[in-house]
Design a protein around this ligand. Sequence first.
Ligand code: F6R
Length: 270
Amino acid sequence: MAKVTFVNVDRPALEGVAIPARVYKSSEEAVKDVARNAAGLVEARRQEGTPCVLGLPTGSTPVGVYRELVRMHRDEGLSFNHAITFNLDEYLPIPNDDPNSFQQFMRDQFFNHVDVKENNLHIPDGTTPIAEVDRHAEEYEAAIAEAGGFDLMLLGIGRTGHIGFNEPGSAPDSRTRRVELSAETRHDAAKAFGGLDNVPTHAITMGLQTMFQAERIVLLAFGEHKAEAVRKALEEPPSSDCPASLLQRHESVAFVLDEAAASGLSRMSG
Ligand code: F6R
């Protein structure tokens, strides 16, 4: 199987930083580079005739990556008909067609505009009754295993340092499960939901262990509001207090940052 390496993974780590990090002048420049690298991997798998298994985030951070991948599909013939996708998380409960559901987000931003097969899309189901969540989570894990594990996991990061919805305190060996959202995470979602009271208190998220089995991981962070979480993830010892810092133990992970998100790093200010 051809090894496709992200340019940022090859770059030496910034001094004093535990994970290779690439800092871009702007997020626009960063998302184009990530999309170009992801497209290279997708295309390499297509040429080999093997599926390309992707872990995908929602939120404001990856929007530009999806936009660029859609453009490459439309203008350059990039095909996703051999891609198998698993989203990281979903609110619980939430109707599938709720404008704030991650199901709806992915269809609007990406799936409706490319040739990925409906049967190959996986998003935790926000309509799952509480009594059935454990079974649903097990099935999600089984589907990931059946797909053969992730070629690429794209991640964002929350201000709490969460990845997926693995909030502080999440165990490194956690699996897909129901979780309670932190106050800060709910606060950040309040505007979109038209008020804090409308934000679900819980979610289903892929576990940290599930994510860490990916062959390569790329975490994107843009904006000054992410600077403190990025600093903790890169400069403090790995700890469940900042789940993203546990990525330091993964062999092939890269952070893609804009200057604002990197502004808390001692390497940048020193
Ligand atoms: C969403 C997810 C979250 C987000 C994070 C950042 O699927 O997994 O971890 O990546 O909350 O959200 P944004 O990009 O909106 O700042």
